[in-house]
Design a protein around this ligand. Structure first.
Ligand code: SF4
Length: 412
């Protein structure tokens, strides 16, 4: 591009005027004017993905008022914007959408990466499977504003830096889209970990020498014994029974056993209804049920007059390494009583019936479990991933999940 972002006509004018005395100066002046106008009329896109977005909004509101710098009304469409502030964490699923938004913005366009998440993945990159290690892996970034989160003043400074950059654009220094960062990142944390281990080793040997010297100098020294502090004993507080109709755990369990004699309490198989009360009023009924009775039992607890478990609170899974547990938490709004139903699934056959026919709200809970654990729900109306891209390798909440290409463990 000749004159940054200017039309072909302007380029031709430059070619004609350059030949005449003073022509170059004239073209330079026009370029300066165009760049000055562009720098002072930035149109940002409405784009914020996490906490940094709050600071960005503060930068745009009355106290800081980025309009003072010509950064005017944030645009709701990329076609009217020439600045995108990456304010917040960028996750894998957002990646493609961010690139689309950037592509739809007319050139010349600029990007500010605001906060550690947008710069390098921030605190969330580690121990997670979905965070991208910085916006510059997807689109070219012009200015980086460090912080977690950066204050609005820091963003304003970043904007001023960007304006400075834009003001210098012209034929001699054209708008340069540059390359997206594709190089593998330097794993500074692993390096730091190795450094730290070497230093600790060095420290240990220094300490050993010092200890030996101390023993020579003080042969009779005996380390004082630490005194055990006597713990204060507090009185037991009386536990309050649950509100509601005062339906007891033992009544619930008895009603269940009556219909399904082969169920038992989780990790307490010897407990019977009469002894459930020994577990105390705060105990949350946690019932283990066989897989083949799962659907029938969920239906039963919902419809039975005594139980009336009418609200699904959550459906999730646990990976116990040798098997999975499907965990359903239900609430009876009538009795104000909560209970867990738990069903064990074999690792090599992670599938179970859907309960969407009984609780419609289970629809996205089951999709989440499918996405993160790889457990399928037979008969589910829409069994697809909900958070991650379809080509995401594996299921990240499984204990055996490993993606060596991107998951980096914290060195501490
Ligand atoms: S950099 Fe800090 S404040 Fe900003 S989005 Fe990330 S965690 Fe939130």
């Amino acid at each position: 591009m000749g004159i940054a972002g200017a039309s072909g006509a302007t380029e031709q004018i430059a070619e004609i005027l350059d030949k005449y005395p003073g022509g170059i100066k004239l073209v330079d002046s026009i370029e300066y004017l165009v760049s000055w106008a562009r720098a002072n009329s930035l149109w940002p896109l409405v784009y914020g993905t996490a906490c940094c977005a709050m600071e960005m909004m503060a930068a745009g509101s009355s106290k800081h008022d980025w309009a003072r710098f010509g950064v005017e009304v944030a645009r709701a469409t990329p076609r009217q914007a020439d600045l995108i502030v990456l304010a917040g964490t960028i996750v894998e699923k957002m990646g493609n959408n961010l690139v689309t938004l950037y592509k739809q913005m007319p050139a010349p366009k600029y990007v500010i990466a605001m906060g550690s998440c947008a710069i390098s993945g921030g605190p969330f990159y580690y121990d997670t499977y979905s965070v991208i290690k910085g916006g510059d892996r997807l689109i070219p970034v012009d200015v980086y504003v460090p912080g977690c989160p950066p204050r609005p003043e820091a963003l304003l400074y970043g904007i001023m830096e960007l304006q400075e950059k834009i003001r210098k654009e012209g034929r001699r220094n054209p708008w340069n889209i540059r390359n997206v960062l594709k190089t593998p990142f330097l794993d500074l944390h692993t390096e730091a970990k190795l450094d730290w281990a070497a230093k600790e080793k060095e420290q240990e040997s220094v300490q050993k020498v010092a200890q030996e010297q101390f023993k020579i100098k003080n042969p009779d020294y005996k380390a004082p014994k630490a005194k055990r502090i006597v713990k204060e004993k507090f009185e037991d507080l009386p536990r309050k029974a649950r509100a509601g109709k005062n339906v007891l755990n033992q009544d619930f369990f008895a009603a269940l056993l009556e219909k399904f004699p082969d169920i038992h309490l989780f990790r307490q198989s010897e407990i019977q209804p009469v002894t459930v009360s020994d577990l105390g009023p705060e105990y949350l009924l946690d019932v283990e049920i066989p897989k083949e009775k799962y659907l029938e039992l969920v239906q039963f607890v919902k419809e039975d007059e005594r139980l009336q478990m009418d609200l699904l609170l959550q459906l999730t899974a646990i990976d116990w390494q040798d098997h999975f547990d499907i965990l359903v938490q239900l609430l009876s709004t009538v009795n104000d009583h909560t209970m867990f139903l738990r069903c064990s699934l074999a690792k090599d056959e992670p599938a179970i019936e859907t309960i969407t026919t009984i609780f419609q709200g289970a629809e996205w809970h089951e999709r989440e479990v499918y996405d993160l654990f790889g457990i399928t729900f037979n008969g589910h109306p829409d069994m697809r991933r909900i958070f991650l891209n379809n080509d995401f390798p594996g299921h990240p909440l499984r204990k055996d999940f490993e993606d060596p290409t991107r998951v980096v463990k914290r060195p501490y």
